[in-house]
Design a protein around this ligand. Structure first.
Ligand SMILES: [Zn+2]
Length: 244
């Protein structure tokens, strides 16, 4: 049993008993972990709003036999706009949920931490239109999939390797496919192909400046299929967008 310092992003939070919470964290030093926060649900809690989802916090964690307990927390960054804007909140929830789904417990992964922190900062700066048709949101999910080793094949057919026209997206083949296996995928438009490619090539700051587009919305559906194929679970943050 020992104490550990960690800088972490709060991914999610759920009640535990009468007064406590369990927070899901992604930390720079320890990767993905869960920790108990004692007394956080009491009205005069000493924690204030410091352990709300999407915040970046410096923590001291006590490592118990089966679970961590947060013993101190200092807020490093709070994203005020995310809390006030429904679409920004949906985008941030999607980013945090994808991180929780893609990366295993205590797999130290500083690049993922930095990517998630940059994603939340860009989302906090604001983007135009709905979250599910935003090139920024597509870019966040695509870059997280890339870090997890699930980047789809976008420059040739994922099955036969030919450079022919991409006619469908196949989650099971892992990317765009040509006429050789069009039946195994979902038809894809050139706009969605373009949106997928730019979501890989362009930095998040540039994607944030692009307008919402039907191509980005379609691309996010395909990439969500890939996410579900790889993780075995859907992104709940998209349930209002798709109603399936
Ligand atoms: Zn092919």
């Amino acid at each position: 049993m020992r104490y550990e310092k960690a800088r972490a992003i709060v991914l999610a939070s759920r009640p535990l008993g009468e007064a406590d919470r369990i927070v899901g964290l992604f930390s720079q030093e320890l990767g993905r972990l869960d920790a108990v926060v004692k007394g956080v649900r009491r009205t005069k809690s000493r924690w204030g709003g410091r352990l709300e989802p999407f915040g970046v916090v410096d923590l001291v964690l006590f490592r118990g036999r089966s679970l961590y307990t947060v013993t101190s927390a200092q807020l490093v960054a709070t994203f005020a706009h995310i809390r006030e804007d429904r679409e920004a909140m949906a985008a941030a929830a999607l980013a945090c949920e994808a991180v929780a789904g893609l990366f295993g417990e205590e797999e130290a992964h500083e690049r993922v931490f930095n990517l998630l922190a940059r994603s939340l900062a860009e989302i906090d700066r604001g983007f135009a239109g709905r979250a599910y048709s935003s090139p920024l949101v597509l870019g966040v999910l695509m870059k997280l999939l890339h870090e997890a080793g699930y980047l789809p094949v976008l420059d040739q057919c994922a099955h036969c390797g030919s450079g022919g026209m991409a006619l469908a997206f196949s989650a099971s083949r892992g990317g765009l496919v040509c006429e050789c296996s069009v039946g195994e995928g979902v038809p894809v438009t050139p706009e969605a192909v373009e949106a997928m490619r730019s979501s890989v090539e362009l930095p998040l700051a540039e994607l944030r400046g692009l307008p919402s587009a039907p191509g980005a919305e379609e691309a996010l559906r395909h990439i969500h299929q890939l996410y579900m194929h790889e993780t075995g679970s859907r992104l709940r943050a998209l349930r209002f967008a798709y109603q399936t």
